[in-house]
Design a protein around this ligand. Sequence first.
Ligand code: SF4
Length: 439
Amino acid sequence: MASSVHEMLPSWYPLRKVGGEVSLDILLEIGKKRIDFLLSVKDTHYKEVDTNHDVVLGNISLCIVAAISGDAYFTNWLLETEGDVFEHFFARSDSTEKMAILRDVLGEVIVGLAEIAEKINMSTEKIVGYLSTIKRVRKRAMFQLLSTFQEYNIAMARFERAYRIIKKERGILIRGWVIAPLAEFFSAIKSYYQDKLKERIQKIRERISQQVDKVPYEEFARELLTYWRNKRAIRMPKRDSFIFFGKDVWQKPELFPPCSRILFDRFLTTGYIPHGERVQLALFLKAIGMPLEEQLKFWYRAVDNVGLSWDEFLKKGGYYIRHIYGLEGSRKNYNAPKCDTIISKYFCPFSRISVSELGGVLRNINKNITREYLDEIRDLCISREYKKACAVFLRSLIGENKGIRIYEIRHPVQFVRLVRKYSRNLKVRKHEGEISKNL
Ligand code: SF4
């Protein structure tokens, strides 16, 4: 029986059993193809995707990366995307393939009212009676459903494998078995498939931890992780490029202070920044005028929302964003934190990034920054005068000898206001030959 189930598993199913051995070099190439495939399915809506790769080995390859690297964002992306791909192909599989997958994922599955009644030694009348209570329909209507629709055929699996159906009140629990219409098992199968992927990752982790030489696996994981990050980085700016061409301040990251700019760029590139830094950036974007709708669209790109529909996101992350705009909970209108608060609680690059790395980070924002400015910033950071260091960075952007004296930045929004004002004043100066001293 077990072998016939495996023979009926479709070729797209990554958890099929395979034999033999393969080198890490070959696995690396297959892993890259799997990454390309997983990244392309959403863009192309499964049309014209390159499926010319070994699905099983591709999946194993990426599970090795998740197991060795411990990278939560990669693992999350892998589970969500593989889950979506599974859902897509499962919905298009025939009933034989669906049943084979169900049995592979859930173990023993018994289908048919008579078979179930015999197995648990209970009358069919009684089982249908319990089911009709759950479904809130009359017993006669339940019988009619069962006999009319194939997917309303009754199925049964062990509780430890199918407990979510009970948790969602979509089936009944009798003598350690979950009994529900087959359709309920089909709709729950994606999450159990993702559990199986997690098990695969865990098993790989345990197996590799017993290896004497782990270095080749670590190098393998590092290379594929870099490949994935680069591919994602190429894709994300394309989708987000519209942000850079608007008229409003929130559409001009070149005006942002380094703290917000770094977080903004990091989020667009990786789809991730930690929770506290999300709050910091969200409050800043709100403070410079980003409308709620745009802010919702912006955060929907987060890697942890991969696989969530827009409506699901609005219920989850969307709630927190509306909260920030004073539309949920205490309905308080939150302000963006000032520099002192950011320095002590959130992300200020001058206080958080080591002086040895800071120069390179700042040069990414202002490629024309001079050695003198960087040295001055370094000295101020060493003496913990971060707000003064920020003012020096601002001067590196707007230039010296314009009659402007800015000694320290107190608020990220002030930074934006100063850069904007400088831009306006530049035009004024061109025409009038003077510039404000009261920035
Ligand atoms: Fe941003 Fe304030 Fe830090 Fe300057 S001091 S970088 S504005 S947080």
